[in-house]
Design a binder for this molecule. Structure first.
Ligand code: TYD
Length: 208
């Protein structure tokens, strides 16, 4: 496969969508053939699975089911969309991929990074991104400020701990895979973040 597979990762609210739009616009206007896609989703079947995963009607969903559904959506996405695009030499930009499962399900839900990794290696046939941009945000600035005013309620506390784990999990992963995962400080201005992402992508394109 000769295309370039870029994934964008980060905690909720890290500005991924804005940065993906900017990167897509830049590459497209420089005549690169780009496929923009997201997880969970990207294909009809994967979008239906996404609705099941995110539906508030299914609060009883257990962590393992959630993990397998993300992996099932991903298997379809890789086979039907991502692999064919890479074979056509396209640049694929994907909003979240396996790293999200490793961090949200493996660490956040506590299923273990190794177990979630095995499931996903099977689901993707081992397809890994060439380059991953991690938009890094300090965990829960908002909640921290609230905490100074009063004690957090149970749900706020749970959420706060969950997102803290997610943020730390992404950083730990980036240290382990520092060649592939590039950490960008998401608290900088939109333009600064965009330029930093571009520098990583341009370097990759120049080197390959
Ligand atoms: P989405 O609305 O796309 O959120 P975002 O804009 O932050 O990407 O919802 C995706 C949610 O699913 C998000 O909270 C992260 C989570 N997620 C996982 O837990 N595991 C995964 O493998 C993926 C792809 C997403």
């Amino acid at each position: 496969m000769n295309g370039l597979f870029i994934t964008i990762e980060g905690a909720d609210g890290s500005g991924k969508s804005t940065q993906i739009d900017l990167l897509n616009t830049y590459l497209a206007s420089n005549n690169y053939d780009v496929l923009l896609t997201r997880e969970p989703g990207g294909t009809v079947i994967s979008e239906v699975i996404r609705e099941i995963i995110l539906d508030k009607a299914y609060m009883e969903m257990c962590d393992m089911t959630e993990t397998l559904l993300y992996a099932a959506a991903r298997a379809q996405h890789v086979q039907q969309l991502i692999k064919p695009a890479l074979e056509q030499n396209k640049i694929v930009i994907c909003d979240r991929y396996v790293d999200s499962s490793l961090v949200y399900q493996g660490i956040g839900r506590g299923l273990g990074v190794e177990a979630v990794s095995v499931i996903n290696r099977y689901a993707t046939g081992g397809l890994e991104p060439d380059l991953t941009i991690l938009l890094n945000l300090q965990a829960d600035e908002g909640l921290k400020r609230k905490k100074e005013q009063r004690d957090l309620d149970r749900l706020e506390l749970q959420r706060s701990n969950f997102y803290k784990k997610v943020g730390e999990g992404f950083l730990a992963l980036s240290r382990k895979e520092s060649k592939r995962i590039k950490v960008v400080n998401a608290t900088k201005s939109i333009e600064e973040v965009h330029q930093e992402i571009l520098s990583y992508v341009q370097k990759y394109l120049a080197d390959h």
